[in-house]
Ligand binder design. Structure first.
Ligand code: GUN
Length: 293
């Protein structure tokens, strides 16, 4: 059994991006610039956003953070997006989700110019991804593919079972792994809350991707001997032994599942750090106009 070290791979990729940025700047080019919009003070969103700002520094990117209080109007948010769409210094930007209930999240996503949508959430990027065209790929699925690639895990002809059908992980990762590409070329099954007997499907998985946000859901009896297990879960559960009062918990019962696997991602330190590095990769692609002019 090998533990997939997302922390190490992400550090390596950030170094590669930083080296590329150094070269661009030395050649007289513009430093890539990622902007982020953060509404309110949700602990998870604050922590994701500060990790993104830190990763920008490590990659040599310029970053800017635009903050609003919880009661910001949708109109103000849409005007900010319009300004960022037209700001030539900003190569890409993200609006941290979830947004407060009075704001229509889909309207916000669709207001972002798809050429600056480094989260890959705009329907144009989602659509292009699903038909295998160049696009900004949603960060977590792209990060999972980077891990499979860097660990030399064969995907062609494998049965990949995804648990969870969210727009930002389950659907796009299923779509990417079924593409005629490498990584890809899998036979993909997607399970969700209405799937009866999920275990009978997960036991058939050569590659099992758990992305439904239920701590410890995947138990040892649900996993085939030698499977590759990718845990996307990041639920905060109460833990009084920690200073913060909580710890991150994956969707996989790691302690009992790990022994059965050929490869497994830990939580934390598996998929999480790769998500942020994919965002950095997308920002570099945006700044160097490698996807859209
Ligand atoms: N909230 C949770 N994950 C993400 C993400 O990848 N991007 C944005 N914008 N918000 C999120």
């Amino acid at each position: 059994m090998q533990i997939i070290d997302g922390k190490q791979v992400s550090a390596q990729i950030k170094q590669e991006i930083a080296a590329e940025v150094d070269k661009i700047v030395a050649d007289g080019g513009k430093r890539p610039h990622l902007a982020g919009v953060l509404v309110g003070h949700d602990g998870g969103s604050e922590s994701y956003m500060s990790s993104k700002v830190k990763a920008c520094e490590q990659c040599g990117f310029k970053s800017s953070l635009i903050r609003f209080e919880e009661d910001v109007t949708e109109q103000t948010l849409l005007e900010t997006i319009e300004r960022l769409n037209h700001d030539d210094d900003v190569d890409g930007f993200i609006v941290q989700l979830p947004l407060p209930r009075h704001i229509n999240e889909q309207r916000v996503i669709e207001a972002i110019d798809y050429r600056k949508d480094v989260d890959g959430f705009h329907p144009i990027n989602v659509g292009r991804l699903s038909i295998g065209l160049p696009c900004f790929r949603s960060a977590t699925p792209a990060g999972i593919l980077m891990l499979l690639e860097r660990y030399g895990i064969e995907t062609r002809g494998k049965h990949c079972v995804v648990i969870g059908r969210s727009n930002i992980v389950g659907k796009p990762v299923a779509s990417l792994l079924m593409q005629k590409a490498n990584p890809g070329n899998c036979t993909v099954t997607v399970c969700h809350s209405a799937t009866p007997d999920i275990a009978s499907l997960t036991r058939q998985a050569d590659i099992l991707i758990a992305a439904m946000g239920k701590p410890g859901f995947v138990t040892a009896d649900m996993v085939k001997e030698g499977a590759v297990v990718i845990d996307v879960g990041t639920t905060r559960v109460a833990d009084e032994t920690r200073k913060s009062g909580w710890r991150l918990c994956g969707d996989v019962d790691f302690d009992h599942v790990a022994d059965k696997c050929s490869f497994i991602t830990p939580v934390p330190g598996g998929v999480g750090p790769m998500t942020i590095v994919s965002l950095m990769h997308n920002t570099l692609l945006a700044a160097t106009k490698q996807i859209y002019q």
